[in-house]
Design a binder for this molecule. Structure first.
Ligand SMILES: Cc1ncc(C[n+]2csc(CCOP(=O)(O)OP(=O)(O)O)c2C)c(N)n1
Ligand SMILES: [Mg+2]
Length: 598
């Protein structure tokens, strides 16, 4: 019987799972898997920071609707991935991590790069195991790919100790769960619901006078846009789609509602279908002000919100259930009497929202340094269905997200609930590999360049023509000076400004030009669009250094969450309007309604 190195067999298993590309940084503890992957023809993207590798695989997975795969050497390699793994976990991205591991026989004896991935990744992966029998590697690989793609999707990790896993060749047939040539093709776990529930959902929505759909990433993962569009049109239901689902039905559709207009529509609605959306902080935990009754159609039981007044709960694949609903709606005569009043009312709300966005942008159209509202309008105006946007900069991405009308599913990739920054550089690399014909634009912050900029070299090295638009406001989060501290951050001491302001107007274009990037430097609003056009036309990895105001105020700053984070300084020491905005506003909330000084 021919014997194989365990890593070679592990790589065969990866190939059986359809792995075409993997991301990471080399290292002795994982090298066997990397080397056999090269020999098997799997594309390897070797990054500069392991965190970028994770974000790249995450971006790739979100677009391809299949697990992204990463490798890292033991200890520091694995540990450098943690922030990325967390982002994938909270964003529910299916991913498989292959970690090298110190020798089993050196555990607790001062081994080099000793660390225990299973302990470290416990709360940010679905599971992570240390494989101590080489015969079990293929079993765990198979299980990892299945579990990553079982709702709720998420990352899974496998650690391979270098001695037990890869010191001796083994017989292929000795493996558990893998015999060469016997692999089965497995469809992702998708299930429909009892047709009676699909019928009930259609009845409830047809009878509603003011129905509304709030949908999410489930529309993208189960590829359900056409079914959703057909149902919404048939029953005349306005909809708002969030996150990866954004743009799956182009947002200029007459029934589409922007995030910024949603609140008013929910308030008025009488029946709301919550569809494939993992509700949390970003949706105020579903504590919407409304008298509506809800129908919840979620891809896993975890996502069903027990706090909503719910008439019908369905846990199944959103796309398959929408198809069932469509079949019912095609035989039931939809009574759309009076719906035109509702849809007209909703279109009016949406129209006013868009008009306000444009008017506010126009007000700052001549500002230099550039204002994020105007930048958002210019970028929104060039968005086409063959474009992918990665949101990174804290301030500019939020403004853009509010303004844009998305035109394809998974058009916007972001950090989600992780709310980290610096992920855009890697995520865009993965996005461009997944969509080679798309124009990929990253809205970066200058903070993100500092955190992850080294991997712009990775994009150059692998000829990945992504455009990195650096929103250079010379600030770690714009506007904090006026928002929380007052002039020159004086309340924190004379040196404090150095912690909030970054070096003024750094020429990031000049920093990346020697790598071979196409570069642009933009100071005037009129130059934004031509610079973007030249950057895309260059066919190279491009960096646009755009000088922006550091005084813009992030829309989040008006929320109670933000105010609560910034009201801890003594009220008599902070200057106006900070004192009024934080202390006078929040004091009653925590003091039985009493005003400050009472
Ligand atoms: C990894 C991580 N560290 C710290 C924070 C806290 N934080 C929120 S926004 C921000 C600054 C981001 O800077 P930039 O992207 O340049 O934002 P902008 O100046 O455009 O507002 C920081 C440090 C975070 N969200 N993630
Ligand atoms: Mg900044």
């Amino acid at each position: 019987m021919t014997k194989y190195w365990p890593a070679e067999l592990a790589v065969k298993a990866l190939q059986e799972e359809g792995v075409e590309v993997m991301f990471g940084i080399l290292g002795g503890h994982i090298q066997a898997i990397i080397d056999y992957s090269y020999r098997a023809g799997i594309k390897i993207i070797m990054t500069r920071h392991e965190q970028a590798a994770v974000h790249a695989a995450d971006g790739y997975a979100r677009i391809m609707r299949k697990p992204g795969v990463c490798f890292a050497t033991g200890g520091p390699g694995m540990l450098n991935m943690i922030t990325g793994i967390h982002m994938a976990y909270v964003s529910r991205t299916p991913m498989v991590f292959l970690f090298g591991g110190h020798k089993e026989k050196e555990s607790h004896r001062g081994a080099v790069q000793e660390a225990y991935a299973a302990d470290i990744c416990k709360s940010i992966t679905k599971w992570t195991v240390r494989v101590t029998e080489p015969e079990m590697a293929s079993y765990f690989i198979r299980k990892a790919f299945k579990d990553a793609m079982t709702p709720p999707y998420g990352p899974v990790g496998i650690e391979f100790p270098v001695d037990t896993f890869n010191f001796e060749p083994i017989e292929a047939s000795s493996q558990i769960a893998y015999l060469p040539g016997q692999w089965r093709e497995t469809a992702p776990a998708r299930q429909a619901t009892d047709p009676a529930y699909a019928q009930r959902a259609v009845e409830l929505l047809s009878k509603a006078k003011r129905p509304f759909i709030i949908a999410g990433e489930g529309v993208h993962w189960s590829n359900a846009a056409s079914q959703l569009q057909a149902l919404a049109e048939k029953l005349q239901i306005p909809f708002n789609i969030r996150r990866l689902g954004r743009g799956a039905i182009p947002e200029d559709h007459p029934l589409s509602i922007s995030g910024g207009a949603r609140k008013r529509v929910i308030e008025e609605a009488d029946v709301v279908l919550l569809l494939g959306l993992n509700v949390g902080y970003l949706e105020s935990f579903g504590e919407w002000k409304t008298n509506a009754q809800f129908i919840q159609l979620q891809s896993c039981a975890d996502d069903v919100l027990p706090t909503l007044p719910t008439t019908l709960e369905i846990v199944a694949d959103p796309g398959m259930v929408l198809e069932q609903m469509l079949a019912v709606s095609n035989v039931v005569d939809a009574d759309n009497t009076g719906k035109d009043i509702w849809t007209g009312q909703v279109r009016d709300i949406q129209g006013k929202f868009l008009q306000r966005m444009t008017e506010e942008a126009v007000k700052v159209s001549q500002d230099a340094p550039i204002h994020p509202r105007w930048l958002s309008k210019v970028v929104s105006d060039i968005i086409t269905p063959d474009m992918t946007l990665v949101f990174d900069s804290f301030t500019a991405s939020t403004f853009l997200g509010e303004h844009l009308l998305a035109k394809q599913g998974a058009q916007v990739l972001d950090a989600g609930l992780s709310a980290a920054f610096g992920h855009g550089i890697g995520m865009a690399i993965g996005a461009k590999l997944a969509r080679p014909n798309d124009r990929v634009l990253v809205m970066m912050g200058d903070a993100g360049v500092g955190l992850g900029g080294g991997d712009i070299e990775t994009a150059v090295r692998y000829d990945i023509p992504v455009v990195y638009l650096v929103y250079n406001d010379s600030a770690l989060a714009a506007g904090l000076e006026q928002y929380a501290y007052g002039e020159n951050f004086r309340v924190l001491g004379s040196e404090a400004y150095k912690g909030f302001r970054l070096t003024q107007d750094v020429r990031y274009d000049q920093m990346f030009a020697p790598l071979g990037c196409h570069v642009e430097h933009v100071e005037s609003p009129a130059d934004i669009a031509p610079a973007l056009e030249r950057a895309f036309a260059s066919g190279k990895t491009a960096v646009i250094n755009l000088i922006a105001t550091r005084h813009s105020q992030h829309p989040l700053y008006e929320s109670a969450t933000a105010r609560e984070m910034f009201w801890h300084l003594p009220a008599d020491e902070v200057e106006e309007p900070v004192r009024k905005r934080h202390h006078e506003y929040l004091y009653p909330k925590f003091h039985n309604g009493k005003k400050i000084g009472e």
